[in-house]
Design a protein around this ligand. Structure first.
Ligand SMILES: Nc1ncnc2c1ncn2[C@@H]1O[C@H](COP(=O)(O)OP(=O)(O)OP(=O)(O)O)[C@@H](O)[C@H]1O
Ligand SMILES: [Mg+2]
Length: 283
């Protein structure tokens, strides 16, 4: 059985401006795949194409082997989507917000209660959405996406604007969902988030994927400086280039008990992105 979500050679332009230029990406069931890029890179456009809100000019998007154009309503009911344009109705309570979607999907009251409980809002069913904190509001939006028990979850910048504690709660929910076997495709411009959650990431800049793979592999591939950072027992920090000469020096420091810790200096995804594109990821 084919179990992946894939985009092959996707092209999209708006009024002559090319926004996606031959994009390829694949997400697997039970894995979190990240699409990283700065503002305007084309992340939301790609998510909208995957979820049928926009049509690509050319290329193929497949979900579990089916072309997205050929997906039936029942297939689409297995998509969970959390995106900005799917907002929250401020004047409705949390329960009422979910009830709108529950009706569309034929879900029960119990499903709504379970969805609220799943995201820790079980005591806020009656709370109006405009009284929620940013993090709670975000959990409500995630509850809506998770309520249908999706097979594929599309998350467009799920923690944007959240403080670390609120973001951590969202991360936990995403990881739990992934552990259920759901394929998660998430966009972010937060390198730390991608490094923590994603088994694979694609770096998107101006509509082109400039690098992809496991975050650690990408960072190792681009470790051009190959520096060793050594903290000495007398408190000093020194740096050595990783060459044959360094091996003898390191061995000597270890033999004489002078090295407290030794680290390689692989770049992080932000640094790799900057090296490849000349641009900052986190803007
Ligand atoms: N409906 C549209 N009409 C015209 N241009 C659009 C439309 N939607 C997106 N664009 C343009 O396409 C480019 C990519 O936009 P997109 O929203 O996909 O970026 P993004 O990576 O999601 O950015 P952000 O991190 O700010 O959300 C931008 O230059 C944007 O102005
Ligand atoms: Mg966007």
């Amino acid at each position: 059985m084919i179990k992946t979500v894939s985009a092959i050679n996707i092209e999209k332009a708006f009024g002559g401006k090319r926004v996606l230029c031959g994009v390829n990406i694949e997400a697997e069931m039970g894995k979190i795949t990240g699409l990283l890029g700065p503002s305007g890179a084309g992340k939301t456009t790609l998510i909208k194409i995957f979820t049928g809100q926009l049509e690509a000019d050319s290329g193929i998007c497949r979900i579990k082997g089916k072309d997205i154009g050929a997906l039936k309503k029942e297939d689409k009911r297995r998509f969970g989507i959390m995106a900005d344009e799917l907002g929250v109705y401020d004047r409705l309570s949390c329960y009422e917000n979910l009830r709108i979607f529950a009706r569309l999907y034929g879900l029960s009251k119990e499903d709504i209660q379970n969805a609220l409980k799943n995201v820790g809002l079980e005591n806020d069913g009656k709370t109006r959405a405009d009284k929620l904190s940013k993090g709670m509001r975000c959990r409500l939006r995630l509850a809506r996406a998770l309520m249908i028990h999706p097979e594929i979850l599309f998350l467009d910048e799920p923690t944007s604007g959240l403080d670390p504690t609120a973001a951590e709660k969202i991360h936990r929910l995403i990881l739990d969902e992934c552990a259920r076997g759901t394929a998660v495709l998430l966009t972010t411009h937060n390198m730390a988030e991608a490094q923590k959650l994603c088994s694979s990431v694609s770096l998107l800049c101006d509509g082109r994927i400039v690098e992809s793979g496991a975050p650690d592999d990408i960072c190792r591939r681009h470790n051009s400086s190959r520096i060793l950072r050594i903290h000495l027992s007398d408190g000093r920090d020194i740096e050595l280039s990783q060459n044959e000469g360094a091996a003898e020096s390191v061995a000597e420091l270890i033999r004489t008990g002078k090295a407290d810790s030794i680290h390689t200096s692989e770049p992080d995804l932000d640094a790799v992105f900057k090296e490849l594109t000349g641009k900052e990821l986190a803007i």
